[in-house]
Design a protein around this ligand. Structure first.
Ligand code: UYC
Length: 232
């Protein structure tokens, strides 16, 4: 009823992230009135830096069949809520859409594809990266890819999350692999079926970087200036 909705609306605006997360799920189950509150919430927050709480609200509306939610999204957020900035004219909207749908496996493929596009046509053909190509990747584009993952994974997945964990472990690769679920004991996690393609995965589990050719690419990626440059 109206009172409950009002109380949820207030808690959504003022609660902790944890509370906001739960309220968004509750609102999602309420259909119409819940969607109204989520739409109002997204509009109110559009002038502030985007967080994963916005991402969760966005995902509920994005997946809704309600015509008014569809119209609202088309009018206000046709390209999602993360600014899709690129220095080299790359279109990140397909990645945005896969992440909004929580299709993490397809989003992971798309991410590798985009990273190769960033590196140029020879990398696109090769389908993997040299560490020098990663070093030269533009800060803006890496930040866009990273923000998309972060915002649409409740803050769980992204290169910057992986970097934080890696640094917290003193850059010890073996401890890092087991922490993010890429290795168990002496065994590498096998691609693709042994990876966890949803939010029940360990923090930093995605996006993947194949280690077949060594750690150098991932080392360059996690050391990239993108993670310590503030463009705003
Ligand atoms: N794979 O094991 N991986 C592939 C990972 C390794 C291997 C792709 C991650 C270890 C082969 C992705 C891990 C290893 C192929 C990942 C992992 C290995 C392949 C698809 C845990 C053997 C086919 C994209 C660290 C012991 C390669 C791509 C080919 C593919 C990811 C084998 C995303 C995170 C050392 C044989 N693995 N990979 O890069 O050329 O091809 O067809 O890391």
């Amino acid at each position: 009823n109206a009172n409950d909705i009002d109380s949820l609306r207030l808690q959504l605006i003022s609660g902790s992230e944890k509370a906001q997360q739960q309220i968004i799920s509750q609102l999602a189950d309420l259909d119409n009135e819940g969607l109204d509150v989520l739409m109002e919430f997204l509009l109110q927050r559009r002038d502030y830096p985007v967080t994963w709480v916005d991402g969760k609200a966005y995902q509920v509306l994005y997946s809704s069949d309600a015509p008014k939610a569809k119209e609202f999204m088309q009018t206000n957020f046709p390209e999602g809520i993360v600014p899709l900035k690129s220095e080299c004219g790359i279109n990140y909207n397909p990645l945005q859409q896969l992440l909004a749908l929580q299709d993490f496996q397809a989003a992971d493929r798309e991410t590798l594809q985009k990273m190769c596009e960033l590196a140029g046509p020879t990398a696109v053909q090769r389908k993997w990266l040299y560490f020098t190509e990663v070093e030269n990747a533009p800060v803006v584009d890496l930040q866009t890819i990273n923000n998309l993952w972060l915002v649409h994974s409740e803050g769980k997945f992204s290169f910057s999350v992986q970097r934080e964990i890696w640094l917290s472990l003193g850059k010890n690769w073996d401890n890092f692999w087991s922490k993010i679920g890429w290795k168990s004991g002496n065994n590498w996690t096998r691609y693709p079926h042994e990876f966890t393609w949803n939010l029940s995965a360990p923090k930093g589990h995605l996006p993947l970087s194949n280690q077949l050719r060594g750690v150098r690419v991932m080392s360059s990626l996690l050391s990239h200036p993108a993670w310590s440059t503030n463009l705003e």
